[in-house]
Structure formats: C-alpha cells, structure tokens
Design a protein around this ligand. Structure first.
Ligand code: AMP
Length: 284
C-alpha cells in the first residue's frame, strides 16, 4: 500500500520512522504523468533500497515557457494507480508552497560549472537553474541514500552529478537507461500531446541517432550532425539541434578520437511539443 504525503512534515515523519530502523532510502523525483520510463527508475530504486520515495510535483521554476507549464499534464490519480506494485512506498506530492516556503525566487544561484550553458540550457534559458533548485530542495527534504534519474535527460543528470559533487551532498546518483515506445520514440510525459500519426512517425529521432552512431566509425562529428539535421527536417518535425558532445564536459566534439565518452544529443519540435533524446556514441 502506497502512502501519500502532501506536506513536508508528514513525509519527514515517515522518513524518521524508517531511518530509525536503519532503512536505506531511494528517491525518484518526477513531475508526474508517469509512464514506463519512470517505472524503471522506481523498480531500480526498489531493488537497491529499503524505502522508495517518489515525488510528483510540477516545478514552475524550470519552465522557461509559461504555456508549456500550463499544458504540462497533471494526473495524480492515474499516477498512483500506475505506481501500485512498482515498489514505491511513499509518494510525496507537495504543493509549490511546501517546496518553496520562502518563495521560489531564492536559491537559483547554485554553481553548475557552466554545464547549463549548452544544448537544453542554450535553448531553454534558466531551465537547469530551476531543475537544480528543486532537486537540491527535494534532497534536503528527503535525505536519500540514492537518487534515481533517467539517461533520457542526459544533460540534466550530468548537471545534477556536478551539483552533488560540488555541494558535497552525500547521495549517490544512479542513472537508468532510456525506455522507448515500440517505434523507438523515447517515452516522455509530453508524447501524449502528439497526434497519433506524429507520435508514430517520431521514431525517426531514434533511427537518426542510431544512424549517427553507425557513421561515427568513418565520418566526422560535423558531417554526422549535418546529415542528421537534414534527415530530421521533414514534416512535421523541426530539429532545434543535433550535436555530439563530450559526455563529461558537454562541449561539442570536433574529433571523436579526442574523447573516450561521446554522446549524440538531439532536440526536435513536433506539433508544438519539444522532444529530446540521446545516444551514447562512444564510451571506453
Ligand atoms: P520527468 O517527470 O519528465 O521530470 O522525469 C522524471 C525522471 O524520469 C527523470 O530523471 C527522467 O530522466 C526520467 N525519465 C523520463 N523519461 C524517461 C524514459 N523514457 N526512460 C527513462 N527515464 C526517463
């Protein structure tokens, strides 16, 4: 039976009871509208911890686009149904005031080592400051041993790892693989906003990523990215970027021989929805 806590004090009480018995805590932060991608995080957390806490809360400070925030699906009842039997013990579904009791304009000055300047950060100004702000706050509330995030948001987990290291937060980050729809489209809460034909056709994004990986044996990153952008420019898709970066520094890679960790990252618009995906091209 999953317990639901809507206030920080309630959650802390449950945590204290479990911690006093020596329980380890795994934490899965989400914005809800859960799908099978989220559930793999919960299942991993359940295998490795005594208590699994899933937070469900749409964080306003990470939305640079007000319309995206308004349209973000909020489906707590079906999320709770989906989570039953997943291994989650507690759902933390706080209001914004619970997360930011002193207002949400504070605390966004966390050092992200400049990793928030590229890719998603370049196209969504302020996004990662908001993500770091809410994750830091949630970690203060939940005090987990392990934090579970998806590879789907490659830049996000890289930035959160940086924050954990720089703030010396004693929580281990566990990254889980991308879960895809049968077409290859990376699962996302935003996919529900696509029409059925576009959702089916969006498998092109993963096909282009796989093709980029195949080409990496013989072509330069620049050639690969140009070809990928051309392939993705087909109705109704409009690619924002396709870039191969160093997986640690997130800097664009000019020569694949110069790094042992290269990742192709892509953002594509379709019907007003922004889709992101990535594929590790090389990891020695
Ligand atoms: P969100 O609710 O979209 O903020 O995502 C919450 C967590 O689930 C993040 O760590 C995401 O990276 C992860 N996640 C979202 N989609 C997927 C997916 N398709 N596969 C694996 N993890 C995912």
């Amino acid at each position: 039976m999953i317990q639901v806590a809507t206030h920080t004090a309630e959650l802390r009480e449950l945590i204290e009871i479990n911690k006093s018995k020596g329980a380890s805590i795994g934490f899965v932060p989400t914005m809800g509208a859960l799908h099978a991608g989220h559930l793999t995080l919960v299942r991993s957390a359940s295998k490795e911890n005594d208590m699994v806490i899933v937070s469900i809360s749409v964080n306003p400070t990470q939305f640079n686009d007000k319309k995206d925030l308004e349209k973000y699906p909020r489906t707590l009842d079906s999320d709770l149904l989906l989570l039953s039997g997943s291994g989650a013990n507690v759902v933390f579904a706080p209001g914004v005031e619970d997360i930011y009791p002193d207002g949400d304009d504070k605390g966004a000055d966390i050092d992200l080592g400049g990793l928030d300047m590229y890719m998603e950060g370049a196209f969504r100004p302020g996004h990662f400051k908001g993500v770091a702000q809410v994750v830091k706050r949630l970690l203060e509330i939940v005090t987990p041993d392990r934090l579970y995030m998806g590879q789907k948001d490659f830049q996000q987990f890289t930035i959160i790892q940086y924050m954990l290291d720089s703030l010396k937060i004693n929580t281990k980050l566990v990254v889980c693989p991308i879960v895809r729809e049968t077409t290859g489209l990376a699962m996302s809460s935003r996919n529900a906003r696509l029409s059925s034909p576009t959702r089916a056709a969006a498998g092109i994004i993963f096909r282009v990523l796989k093709s980029a990986k195949r080409q990496s044996a013989s072509k330069s990153p620049q050639e690969i990215c140009e070809t990928a952008m051309k392939k993705l420019k087909s109705q109704p898709f409009d690619p924002e970027y396709f870039i191969i970066v160093d997986g640690n520094s997130l800097q664009p890679v000019d020569d694949l021989g110069s790094t042992n960790y290269a990742v192709a990252c892509v953002a594509v618009w379709a019907e007003g929805v922004r889709l992101i995906d990535n594929l590790i091209i090389k990891k020695d």
